[in-house]
Ligand binder design. Sequence first.
Ligand code: DC
Length: 221
Amino acid sequence: MKRLIITIDGPAGAGKTTASRELADRLNYKYIDTGTLYRVVAFEARFAGVSQDDDMGLENLCSTLNLNFVKDGRGFRLLSNHSDITDQIRAPEISMMASAVSARPVVRKYLMDLQRNMGRKKGVVFEGRDMGTVVFPDADKKFYLDASQKVRAIRRYRELESKNSQTLEEVEREIRLRDENDRKREVSPMKPADDAVIVYSTDISVNEVVDMMLDYIGMGK
Ligand code: DC
């Protein structure tokens, strides 16, 4: 059977990660969370003291990125320059910084090449903000997953609960600010591709989302 490139874009907390992972699992595809890449750039920029609008500094940093994924008892761990930063990149300040550096064309250009390379072999579910619009405009199937801001904030809050001390209100504020940045930026703003199927997950479970996606792809039960 033909192996596809499937893209899932949408705002923070819409359930993209869980749906993409599950969809990839059921299709026996690879799953790539492209937000991780922007988070790594943000983390390394902060670590090196490079500011979010220092294009030259960001470009240098991107060209020396050294990323590896290794599997251990906890699942896949992300190593950047040999340090395990899997948990640190999920911190709220890194989320905001990731959104800020993602608006810089130098960063987007660098990561676009990296992402396209990752898609060369097909059989991949890509999750992000501009997967269906810019990185893979010819993707075989495109989805845009959305949900009400409140529901997204609650989901994100539950996900993070054991890891940080943000209140629900703080999570909702962060999501609102980030979505605004991501929607309004000039390069590759977050929006559904013209040919994307828009799925609202406010009132349905991730399993139902994945079933709908599989049906649409023609691989449902
Ligand atoms: O999916 P995430 O929350 O981990 O993404 C973090 C930030 O990275 C997000 O606020 C915007 C940016 N991003 C992007 O601009 N393009 C992508 N394809 C993925 C993420």
